[in-house]
Design a protein around this ligand. Structure first.
Ligand SMILES: [Zn+2]
Ligand SMILES: [Zn+2]
Length: 65
């Protein structure tokens, strides 16, 4: 069971989320998924285009100030 969170992204409620980090808040939702490699700027730019606030692989915030 995941600890309660203010984030209402569906992945927090899944026991086996397909991603490691929540794309809305960046918290880890599935520790069993390991990030295989460092993300590139291009990868983050791609995720930002998909309206994600955080990277699903490393949890880094994508939105620029
Ligand atoms: Zn979240
Ligand atoms: Zn990343």
């Amino acid at each position: 069971m995941n600890p309660p969170t203010s984030c209402n992204n569906l992945n927090h409620r899944k026991s086996d989320a397909p991603i490691r980090h929540c794309v809305a808040c960046g918290e880890i939702v599935n520790v069993r998924i390991s990030s295989l490699q460092r993300c590139t700027k291009m990868k983050h730019a791609e995720k930002r285009r998909q309206q994600n606030k955080c990277c699903s692989d490393c949890g880094e915030q994508l939105s620029r100030p």
